[in-house]
Design a protein around this ligand. Structure first.
Ligand SMILES: C[S@@+](CC[C@H](N)C(=O)[O-])C[C@H]1O[C@@H](n2cnc3c(N)ncnc32)[C@H](O)[C@@H]1O
Length: 249
């Protein structure tokens, strides 16, 4: 359903109460053989059922990181913000990609409800990615304490921030945002002008936000706050995804 009015800060405060603790999850295997988590309470998954790893590479690496590296060749460090750290899969594939790039990657991930170590240890990304450093890198990502910055290799640092999306308040700091909230069907309050305004402010001019979502009301909320949006072919099982660029300061 489309909302005639954007949510107010008070609406968000009320809706935030929908999720107040780490939800109960079940481990599932997606179509490319990689793990994901399923929330029975919302019939929602952390990744596409058509392939968690395929989705991470398509949406966030190919259409996000690769694009930003190409457009900012002179930046020594690229600053990336992830909205929704979840299982740490996006952080892992980005850390593995950092080995291939000359630029350093500084990765900040926001998450209100961290997944437990017991669950993280059962996810199969280390094996599925079939890269020598994958399992060790995933371990390092999960062993990193919250809220502090950790240099995990010479080209990749990680800071996991335990906080609500609604409280993010950076200014013109990031080149790239991975916007990976649960779908608008279950958390509509995270796909609003109020949130995208924060995302716009957070980006440097020329910075981009990528997301797996492609719904018209999400795209229009992005455009209302100033983003220029592109519909791109989606990952397996999805026709389209969105990339939004901050063209003005
Ligand atoms: C789709 S999952 C993220 C998947 C993740 N990027 C990965 O690679 O596994 C969405 C995440 O947003 C988190 N989340 C939900 N509501 C939130 C909120 N209001 N503030 C911060 N995090 C929230 C959930 O706990 C969940 O981990």
């Amino acid at each position: 359903m489309e909302h005639a009015q954007p949510y107010s800060a008070m609406d968000i405060q009320k809706k935030r109460k929908k999720l107040t603790e780490t939800p109960k999850t079940e481990i599932i295997t997606t179509a490319d053989g990689s793990s994901s988590l399923y929330l029975p309470q919302w019939d929602e998954t952390y990744h596409s059922r058509h392939g968690a790893i395929q989705e991470a590479y398509h949406v966030f690496i190919k259409n996000g990181l690769d694009n930003v590296c190409k457009n900012h060749p002179k930046a020594k460090t690229l600053h990336i913000l992830e909205m929704g750290f979840g299982t740490g899969l996006n952080a892992l594939v980005t850390m593995l990609e950092s080995e291939k790039h000359a630029q350093r990657l500084s990765y900040v991930a926001v998450e209100a409800f961290p997944v437990s170590a017991a669950i993280a240890n059962q996810l199969n990304y280390g094996q599925q990615l079939a890269q020598p450093l994958a399992a060790l890198s995933f371990q390092k990502i999960h062993d990193s304490s919250w809220n502090e910055k950790h240099p995990l290799n010479p080209t990749f640092s990680l800071q996991k921030l335990q906080m609500y999306f609604e409280d993010v308040d950076f200014e013109a700091h990031f080149h790239l945002i991975y916007f990976d909230a649960f779908a608008a069907r279950v958390q509509p309050e995270l796909w609003t002008e109020v949130i995208f305004e924060k995302m716009y402010k957070t980006l440097k001019p020329g910075g981009v936000l990528v997301t797996y979502a492609a719904k018209g009301d999400v795209r229009r909320a992005m455009q209302k706050v100033g983003f220029q949006t592109e519909k791109l072919p989606g990952p397996p099982g999805k026709r389209e995804m969105l990339r939004a660029t901050k063209t003005q300061p």
